[in-house]
Design a binder for this molecule. Sequence first.
Ligand code: UDX
Length: 447
Amino acid sequence: MAQKNADGHGVVLFPAPFQGHINPMFHLASLLLARGFSITILHTNFNSPDPTNYPNYHFVSVPDGLTTPIDDVVALVLSLNANCEAPFRDQMSRMRSERGGEPIACVVVDSLLYSVQAAANQLGLPTLVLRTGSAASFNMFVAFPLLWKRGYLPIQDSRLEIPVKELAPLRVRDLLRVEKSSPQKLRELIDQVVKEARTSSGIIFNTFAAIEGNELEKVREELSVPVFPIGPLHKLSPKSENSLMDQDHGCLEWLDEQAPRSVLYVSFGSLASMDGREFAETAWGLANCRQSFLWVVRPASVRGSAQVELPEGFEEETRGRGKMVKWAPQQQVLAHPAVGGFWTHGGWNSTVESISEGIPMLCNPYFADQMGNARFVSEVWKVGIRLENGLERGEIESAIRRLMTGKEGDEMKRRARHLQEKAARCIRNEGSSHAALDKLVDYLLSF
Ligand code: UDX
């Protein structure tokens, strides 16, 4: 079937200013650009993208009113919502008058920016929501009031192992939580996200039917709005450079020298941090497992120290088989033939990127949806294992061996390759994500 061309139809996209949210929104933007839409990106000052990477987009700044850094992610998102609503209205009015009446078809907004979505609707603009997490995590959002009512939430340490039968196979310990944030504030945020998603014109997911068919069905049952599962977005879209930090491409040359499937890639995303003891346990777990590794250590990833200090003796122990970088070109790393496993925090982008390359995972979730993602990796798709007891060198060492060597590891690799094939099928011409994208384009053109 010939693809429709949008012929300059205008779409405005507003990503939440975090790496894990910017990446999927920009992949969506490049997909829509390729289909002929004209693209305007709204952005906050905090974590603003570099416009020189995107000569075909129009960029509009929405002042975010943030004057001091906010450590608590939930408080930060609530502040962004409080601060961005009025400037968003101003910018949209200005854009509409500058365009001389040329219509904006639709605003695609990250679901965390619920106040922006409400403001767009009040201005009479249709909104689509981009969910950068899994469909399962969104179902958890929808179930949040029930989870509170039934006593699963707020999470109590004595009840961590209790199964949440309403959200099988999750246990209480797999439910959404954000350390340092109040459970009540988190609930307030989630209630708003779900409320606005229900009144949106549709929800776009960076997931695909072959891994989350049941979860997507559940979303459709719960919300009477169109649902567009178009993942894995980074595979469906033309390549784009979305990284907020410089990616160290030198590690790809290092990988070129390693044996096929021999390297464990270690990265905990853009936000997770650990304390000094956990960092030392991680380092010794890697040293003691005798496996080659590529470890991403962001400068801010150890709490309480501006500079990351490696434990004494670590470098000698791992010389010749360990490489560390501050930030990696992750998608290229995971696609490299030398990589055989991914020790991850279980962020949704990382999970989808790993599945897309057939790489099994060792999950050590930190916060938010990561615990639930890890549960799906280990119990539903069975393409990885979860460190159940935090960071302890002995447990890390044996988990890495289980993942990278032996029969259990081989089984996980086999299933991971199978999922990779399913992901590849979804984005082919007749695949489910490709079809969902066609529907999304038609839908956008109908506004
Ligand atoms: C956050 C949440 O943790 C995640 O659970 C949620 O679903 C989205 O927002 P983050 O923690 O950064 O994101 O993790 P993740 O979702 O995995 O996104 C990280 C992104 O940064 C990935 O697209 C990854 O490719 C990229 N990345 C990571 C790099 O480009 N280089 C690196 O060295 C590490």
